[in-house]
Design a protein around this ligand. Structure first.
Ligand code: ZN
Length: 669
């Protein structure tokens, strides 16, 4: 074994180990940054030695090509729905029916949490992950394999190789990852997602697996589907097998002989479930013995051997004491209700967003009203309605302030929108702080040392009121701040200086252009390569980019034609920030051939391009960069040490290009 091969194997093992600690045990031992470094090292090594890159390497999790649409998968055995029950009496009825049908046989019930996510079926052929599909209508669902491959607790390869293996379970999102996603939305001035289940379902329907990968979905396996080559007699044996095969099985599973014990167990979770790091909406009770299940059979709609026990949604009545106004990054004023504390879904709720003026009007919410608040399946407390009958006459209709509570500038209502905005711009400390937070975050300019508290201090002490001023901070200014030592001041200055090299994509994301998230920022940076081309682009030109819609194009164009934004960019240029992207020439610049409708596969080690770069370039030119050679492949671009793909291309008569020939084809140099 060569040193590289050994290191690759070692890195795969290490990364899988830390993945498991992070995703399954929720006890990470290393920082995200240290983890990224391992992954980076592996990626680099695999690019140098593609012959050692295995299909189940952790690098394969980052997601392949976006797909054009969803194929339909017919389930081998239908994924039937489950009957619901809502009370102890319903469960006793269920037990009675089963005992009657089984004529006095001893019964064991297995009771599991009902995870509030998206049901999924994963098929493995000879131990390799083949296809994953949503439940759909029960008979057939959507093929979402490309996205499932990015989920860390979906094994890509099983330790054994049964001819056909099917795991069924639930895709879900943790509360923490859901909150993180919504923070990102809020930072970009976008509406938050309603709940983790909707967000999980939406993420699985993304065409681009890289975006899905960023959302950090997870998977609990809860049953075997139809299998060939494995034998189990009970459900518990099936769960054990799933766990042995590397699936994550929820740990809170118990079995009971009597229905009263089942009911007690279900009730014990009614409040405790709110302490879990994921949403549940009930319990599932299953007959353990598979032979008994067969005897029980199914109705037209659902199996007779299983029932769900649903928890009631938790609502509470409380008084809305007052309404605060929060000022966002784009000056948006968001009304937030202060409530008399009320215990809901295991937590004390004392604040709830009222979103905007329309929300308050539509629900006729007044200050002093009694309101119904809900927190079931919703992490964010939600004001369901006001109770006009409970009014005493002292309630007040809420009016938005005419001036910003942070800076005193006039407030304006959007022309056609539902939002009020502060017009203070960079004079508004609330807005400046939000802008700084967005700029310093790890996913944008990644400025080490520039955390929440420092931003507060810098803005409050008037040391910083715009992004360029960050780069003009000096040691003297910093150590004058309270609780700022010389060492941390040095570190902060180093962190700020290092951010100059992040490149155009990260900068665009950091500038918090309305509607522009990280993928669009990268898209723009790759398309234009340098800031000036972007500054000169018309809205029509922007809208031509695949992935940029007309509204987004308009917002980007407006942003770059705002005099203040323009001057910030010029200041950043003068301060020495890198305003280009290390990307290939765009089609417009090369004047080269378009690859529209062509499918290309890249293999081996290239001299000029990293794998990801050339694939991005292929996409920019309208082509499709595929992972494997087939008769539909138009060109194989083969670098050094091209292996089986080159063989296959020759067999199929696919045209093989060297790197130079590829450059010539696209009209580059
Ligand atoms: Zn303001």
């Amino acid at each position: 074994m060569s040193a590289a091969q050994e290191r690759i194997a070692e890195l795969c093992k290490l990364i899988n180990h830390h993945n498991r600690l992070y995703y399954v045990d929720a006890k990470p031992e290393i920082s995200d940054r240290a983890f990224d470094r391992l992954l980076e090292e592996l990626t680099t090594l695999e690019q140098k030695h593609p012959e050692f890159c295995s299909p189940d390497s952790p690098t394969q999790r980052v997601g392949g090509e976006p797909i054009a649409g969803f194929a339909t998968v017919r389930h081998r055995e239908p994924m039937m729905s489950i009957d619901n029950s809502y009370s102890a009496d319903d469960l006793r009825e269920f037990d009675k029916r089963i005992r009657k049908l089984l004529q006095g046989e001893a019964i064991k019930y297995v009771v599991e949490l009902k995870i509030d996510g998206v049901a999924m079926s994963l098929t493995y052929i000879k131990g390799a992950f083949e296809v994953g599909a949503t439940r759909g209508d029960g008979e057939q669902g959507d093929d979402v394999t490309h996205n499932l491959r990015t989920i860390h607790d979906v094994p890509l390869r099983l330790p054994k190789s049964p001819a056909h293996f099917e795991a069924r379970g639930e895709i879900y999102m943790t509360r923490a990852d859901f909150a993180r996603y919504n923070r990102g939305r809020a930072e970009r001035g976008l509406e938050p997602a309603a709940n983790p289940r909707n967000l999980s379902a939406g993420s699985l329907k993304l065409l681009d697996p890289r975006e899905c990968g960023r959302r950090r979905l997870r998977f609990f396996a809860y049953a075997l589907g139809p299998c060939e080559g494995v034998e189990v007699a009970t459900h518990l044996e099936g769960l054990k097998l799933l766990s042995d095969f590397g699936f994550t099985v929820n740990p809170h599973i118990e079995s009971f002989d009597a229905i009263d014990a089942v009911i007690d167990y279900c009730n014990s979770w009614a409040t405790k479930r709110h302490d879990l790091n994921y949403e549940t909406d009930g319990m599932v009770i299953k007959v353990n013995d598979l032979a008994q299940r067969k005897k029980l059979g199914a109705t037209a709609k659902s199996p007779r051997w299983v029932i769900a026990y649903k928890f009631a949604a938790e609502q509470g009545l409380t008084k809305l004491v007052s309404i605060d106004i929060q000022v966002g990054k784009f000056g948006t004023l968001t009304p937030v209700a202060n409530l008399d504390p009320v215990k809901l879904a295991g937590t004390t709720v004392s604040r709830a967003s009222l979103h905007n003026a329309d929300f308050i009007d539509a629900k006729d919410i007044r200050v002093g009203d009694m309101v119904v608040v809900e927190k079931a399946g919703e992490i964010i407390p939600y004001v369901v309605r006001s109770e006009p009958e409970a009014r005493t006459g002292s309630e007040r209709v809420f009016a938005f302030p005419e001036t910003c509570p942070s800076c005193g500038s006039p407030v304006e209502r959007d022309k056609n929108g539902v939002f009020y905005r502060c017009t203070g711009g960079r004079k508004c400390t609330a807005q400046v702080k939000e802008v700084m937070r967005a700029y310093a975050r790890r996913s944008t300019m990644d400025i080490e040392g520039l955390g929440e508290k420092i931003i507060e201090q810098l803005v409050d002490e008037k040391l910083v009121s715009s992004i360029p001023e960050l780069y003009r901070l000096t040691l003297e200014k910093l150590i004058a701040l309270e609780r700022m030592g010389e060492k941390s001041a040095h570190n902060l200055l180093d962190g700020i200086a290092a951010s100059k090299e992040r490149g155009l994509g990260r900068l665009l994301y950091g500038l918090a252009i309305p509607h522009v998230g990280d993928s669009v920022a990268d898209l723009l940076a790759n398309e234009f390569g340098a800031i000036d081309a972007l500054l000169n682009a018309s809205a029509e030109r922007l809208a031509q980019i695949n992935g940029v819609g007309p509204i987004m194009a308009e917002a980007i164009h407006t942003f770059f034609h705002d005099a203040h934004n323009r001057s910030i960019i010029e200041e950043l240029r003068a301060l020495g920030l890198k305003l280009t992207q290390d990307a290939r020439p765009s089609p417009a610049q090369t004047g080269g051939a378009s690859l529209v409708g062509k499918t290309l596969v890249v293999t081996g080690t290239l001299a000029k391009y990293q794998r990801e770069e050339i694939e991005t370039l292929i996409r920019q030119l309208g082509g499709k960069a595929a992972g494997s050679v087939s008769k539909n492949t138009d060109y194989l671009v083969a670098g050094e040490k091209a292996g089986s793909k080159l063989e296959k291309a020759k067999q199929l008569g696919v045209k093989v290009l060297t790197e130079e020939e590829f450059d010539k084809l696209i009209g580059g140099t």
